[in-house]
Design a protein around this ligand. Structure first.
Ligand code: ATP
Length: 440
C-alpha cells in the first residue's frame, strides 16, 4: 500500500470537563505514538476567530500531522474509537474529526478565513467532500469548521509553543501551591518562557481557572526549553500527561486583514484605520469609547478597563488623531463596535491652548480691558489696546506608536510585547520532544 501524509483535525469537544479538545487529542496522540505512527510536525493547537458567538472558551482546535502512514483504516478506527468514547461520556459534546490526505491549498485559505471571519459549515463540508476528506462524528455540524481549519494551518509559519500539563481526571482539586510553582519557574526561565505571569497585576496567567483538565500551560519560543521542564513539572503538579503544541497563539495572526469601516461585519477580527472624531468618553466602569471616521463612514471603538494600559492610552486620544485599531467587531444596539485589542497611533494632532497675554512690564498675566479695549495689568495698571490672546502649542502625552493591552487582558492570539521581533526555534517532531507520559 502507498505510504502517505495524513492530517487529522479535531474540534467541538467541550464538555462539563472544560477544555477537552486538546485532552482528547492528547489521548489520541499517545495511542498513535504507541501504534508506531510517525509525526510530520509537532501537534498543532490552533486558535480561530476569537469573536465568534458560539465558542465555549478560547475557540481552539487541534490537528495532528502524520507521515508514512500505510494503514489509514487503523488510523480511522483509533480516532473513531476515541470520538465515540467521548460522545458517550459527555452527551453535550459533538466531537468532530477530519482525516485528510488531499491538497492543502484550499484548506489553507479556509484557515486564514476562519481566523478572522465567520465560516459556514456547509462550505467546509463541500470542500472536504470534493477533496476526499473523511468526516467522523460531528452530528450537529459546526465542528468541521475548526477541525478542517486546523489542518489548513499546516505548515505553520508564524508560531510559538505551549506546554500543556493534564492532571489526572480523578484529581478534582487544584494543587494549592501551583501558582507558587509557576512563579518560581517563571523567575528562573524568563525570558525563555513568556506570558505566564502578569507582574504588574500579580496574576498567574499560566493556570486556567474553572473545571479544566489542563493544570497549567507554559509558553515559549523554544520547544526544548519546555521539553526540559515537562517531566519535573508534571510530577510537581500531579499530572499524567504533558504535551508540547506548536500553536498560532501569541502571533496576532487573527488581525491581518485591513478593512474599510463600511465593510466591517459582525464577529470579524479586523484592522481599521481612521481619524478620531468627536470627544473621547470614559464610561462609569472605566471603559473608554471613541469614534473614528474614514471615507464618510464611522465606527465606534470600545477599549475596556480590563485592557489596562490600552484604555489609558485610548483616553489620551483627541479629535483629529490618526489611528489604526485592531480588534473584534461586535453588533451592539447602536451599530457595530470594535473592541480594541491594540491601537497604533499613526499621528497626533498638535494641541493648543489660548491664553491672555502677560504684562511686558511686570510679567503678570493680563486681563481683558473690555470688548475692543485690549488688555490691562491688574498689578501695575499697564494697558495695551493692541495686544490679543496668545495661541500656545502644548505637548501631548501621547506619541505615535503601537500600544497593546496589559498582559492580564491578552487573548490566546494576542502578540505579547515581550516577544515582538523574536522568532520561534524549529525542532524535529520527535515524540520524545513533545510527548511526556508519566508512569501510572
Ligand atoms: P473547545 O476547547 O471545547 O473546542 P472552544 O472554545 O474551542 O472549546 P468550541 O466548543 O469548539 O469552542 O466551539 C467553537 C465552534 O465554532 C466549533 O464548532 C468550531 O468548529 C466553530 N468555529 C470555529 N471558528 C469558526 C469560524 N471562524 N466560523 C465558524 N465557525 C467556527
Amino acid at each position: 500500500m502507498e505510504e502517505t501524509r495524513v492530517h487529522v483535525g479535531f474540534d467541538d469537544t467541550d464538555s462539563p470537563f472544560g477544555l477537552c479538545t486538546t485532552y482528547l487529542a492528547t489521548l489520541i496522540l499517545t495511542e498513535l505514538h504507541r501504534g508506531g505512527f510517525h509525526f510530520a510536525d509537532f501537534p498543532y493547537l490552533i486558535r480561530l476567530n476569537p469573536n465568534i458567538p458560539f465558542k465555549t472558551r478560547g475557540n481552539g482546535a487541534v490537528s495532528i500531522h502524520l507521515e508514512n502512514v500505510n494503514d489509514i483504516e487503523a488510523l480511522k478506527d483509533t480516532i473513531q474509537h476515541y470520538l465515540e468514547k467521548y460522545a458517550l461520556n459527555h452527551p453535550k459534546t459533538d466531537p468532530t474529526a477530519v482525516i485528510y490526505t488531499g491538497p492543502l491549498e484550499q484548506l489553507k485559505v479556509l484557515y486564514h478565513r476562519a481566523l478572522s471571519d465567520l465560516v459556514s459549515p456547509s462550505l467546509v463540508k463541500k470542500l472536504l467532500d470534493k477533496n476526499g476528506g473523511i468526516i467522523l462524528g460531528g452530528n450537529k455540524g459546526r465542528g468541521i469548521v475548526g477541525a478542517a481549519a486546523s489542518i489548513g494551518a499546516y505548515k505553520l509559519e508564524k508560531y510559538t509553543y505551549e506546554l500543556l500539563l493534564y492532571r489526572s481526571p480523578d484529581i478534582k482539586k487544584r494543587n494549592p501551591s501551583i501558582e507558587e510553582i509557576i512563579l518560581e519557574i517563571d523567575k528562573i526561565l524568563r525570558p525563555l518562557i513568556f506570558s505566564n505571569v502578569d507582574y504588574r497585576s500579580g496574576r498567574i496567567l499560566a493556570v486556567p481557572h474553572g473545571p479544566d483538565p489542563v493544570a497549567a500551560g507554559i509558553r515559549s519560543l523554544n520547544p526544548l526549553v519546555l521539553t526540559s521542564i515537562s517531566n519535573r513539572l508534571a510530577k510537581l503538579l500531579e499530572c499524567k500527561q504533558a504535551v508540547i503544541y506548536k500553536t498560532n497563539q501569541a502571533t496576532n495572526c487573527h488581525l491581518n486583514v485591513v478593512k474599510s469601516i463600511a465593510d466591517l461585519r459582525p464577529y470579524d477580527a479586523a484592522i481599521v484605520r481612521g481619524v478620531v472624531a468627536g470627544k473621547v468618553q470614559k464610561l462609569k466602569g472605566g471603559h473608554v469609547i471613541f469614534k473614528i471616521t474614514h471615507n464618510n463612514s464611522q465606527a465606534t471603538c470600545a477599549v475596556f478597563r480590563e485592557t489596562g494600559i490600552l484604555s489609558r492610552v485610548a483616553y489620551c486620544l483627541r479629535e483629529g488623531d490618526e489611528v489604526e485599531v485592531g480588534g473584534g467587531v461586535q453588533p451592539r444596539t447602536k451599530g457595530l463596535t470594535i473592541n480594541a485589542e491594540y491601537i497604533r497611533v499613526l499621528s497626533v494632532k498638535s494641541a493648543t491652548i489660548i491664553e491672555n497675554p502677560t504684562c511686558p512690564k511686570c510679567g503678570k498675566r493680563m486681563e481683558s480691558a473690555g470688548r475692543g479695549k485690549g488688555y490691562r495689568c491688574k498689578r501695575c495698571n499697564y494697558t495695551d489696546i493692541h495686544t490679543t490672546k496668545i495661541v500656545k502649542e502644548v505637548p501631548r502625552p501621547l506619541e505615535p506608536g503601537l500600544y497593546l493591552q496589559s498582559p492580564s487582558a491578552y487573548r490566546h492570539l494576542s502578540l505579547p510585547k515581550e516577544i515582538i521581533g523574536s522568532k520561534p526555534i524549529p525542532a524535529k517532531p520527535f515524540p520524545e520532544f513533545f510527548l511526556c507520559l508519566m508512569q501510572p
